[in-house]
Design a protein around this ligand. Structure first.
Ligand SMILES: Nc1nc2c(ncn2[C@@H]2O[C@H](COP(=O)(O)OP(=O)(O)OP(=O)(O)O)[C@@H](O)[C@H]2O)c(=O)[nH]1
Ligand SMILES: [Mg+2]
Ligand SMILES: [Zn+2]
Length: 315
């Protein structure tokens, strides 16, 4: 009996493609029966998981074991069973990503701080390092581009300034992706495919085929594929991050996910401070003296409000 260890690079309707560590051909595998019966609080196997596979005579594999995940890009969902008992279940979009790269363009389409702040909350919720890629710098020039994103560097998020036209930052982006499993996310038209092509010829096209193939199915947001990089590592370009809704979030939890605001909250005079109008509010004081940017404060208030409304709808 031959067993191999490898990485799950694709999952589709119960079939998992495993790239063996020995560099051999990918093995289309299914989950071994006994593994399947184990109680599931999370997806048993997801793209990015490290597994052992037993090779069958017909060339397919069966997954024998799954290594413990060190991280995941996931969402939790509350589901009811037959007896109406509510359980939380985790849906994993990508297991073990090393980082998420949020791509925005500085122009065409316009940069949306609101959207970036939401993405950053998703990264923080999942305890994943976030990197910001500010693309199309050729359209506005380096100073204007930096003025838009400086603030994010100041609060500790690395920003890579890129242009597929001038070549700025392409090498830096390549180095950032090298040897890592990266999730790339960003709105349509910001230049994700163009950047991938600049890093490795044909890579953008490869990703496009994946996203088109999955655009049709029901499980659009769940389908992810890891695309190998010549320089080592993998990227997943996923529209799914948009649907990693924030609805699992309690309004007060929003605090913790705005990394520059979280530590201030305990310094407000009132423990139930909403940071909108109360006297001696440490958050508003920080906005006034420039420690928290007005844009981030605005994103923060909007998210809190949204979560509040969702909470109220629940009852
Ligand atoms: N000026 C300029 N245009 C760019 C740059 N990068 C990409 N573009 C253009 O922006 C448009 C969109 O680029 P894509 O790479 O297709 O964007 P995408 O993020 O992959 O979009 P989706 O696949 O729809 O999600 C194309 O017309 C590109 O030529 C850049 O650095 N500068
Ligand atoms: Mg694309
Ligand atoms: Zn306050």
């Amino acid at each position: 009996m031959t067993e191999k260890t490898g990485l799950v690079i694709k999952s589709q309707s119960g079939f998992f493609t495993v790239q063996p560590d020995d560099g051999g051909e990918p093995i289309v595998s299914q989950i071994r029966g006994r593994l399947k019966q184990e109680r599931q609080r999370t997806d048993l196997v997801a793209v990015g998981d490290r597994v052992t596979v037993k090779l069958n005579a017909d060339g397919t594999g069966s997954i024998q074991s799954v290594a413990e995940r060190h991280s995941a890009l996931s969402r939790t969902r509350t589901a009811s069973d037959q007896r109406n008992v509510q359980t939380e279940r985790e849906q994993v979009l990508v297991a073990n990503p090393d980082q998420v790269v949020f791509v925005f363009s500085v122009h065409n389409p316009e940069f949306s701080p609101r959207k970036l702040d939401r993405f950053l909350v998703v990264a923080e919720m999942n305890h994943l390092p976030a990197i910001i890629c500010a693309n199309k710098t050729d359209l506005v020039g380096p100073e204007a581009a930096r003025a838009m994103f400086d603030m994010y560097e100041a609060i500790g998020y690395p920003v890579i300034y890129t242009s597929v036209i001038s070549g700025e930052g392409i090498e830096a982006l390549r180095e950032t992706l090298r040897g890592k499993i990266s999730v790339l996310a960003g709105s349509s038209g910001v230049g994700k495919s163009s950047l991938l092509n600049a890093i490795q010829e044909g890579l953008g096209l490869r990703v496009k085929q994946v996203s088109e193939a999955t655009g049709k199915g029901l499980h659009t947001t769940r389908h992810v594929e890891l695309i190998p990089l010549d320089i080592g590592g993998y990227v997943a370009d996923t529209p799914g991050i948009r649907s990693l809704a924030l609805f699992d979030l309690e309004p007060t939890e929003v605090d913790a996910y705005f990394r520059e605001i979280g530590p201030l909250v305990s310094q407000c005079q009132f423990s139930d401070c909403t940071h909108t109008h109360e006297p001696k509010c440490a958050v508003r004081a920080a906005v006034e003296d420039g420690r928290v940017s007005p844009e981030r404060y605005d994103s923060y208030l909007r998210l809190r409000e949204e979560q509040q409304e969702l909470e109220e709808k629940k009852y």
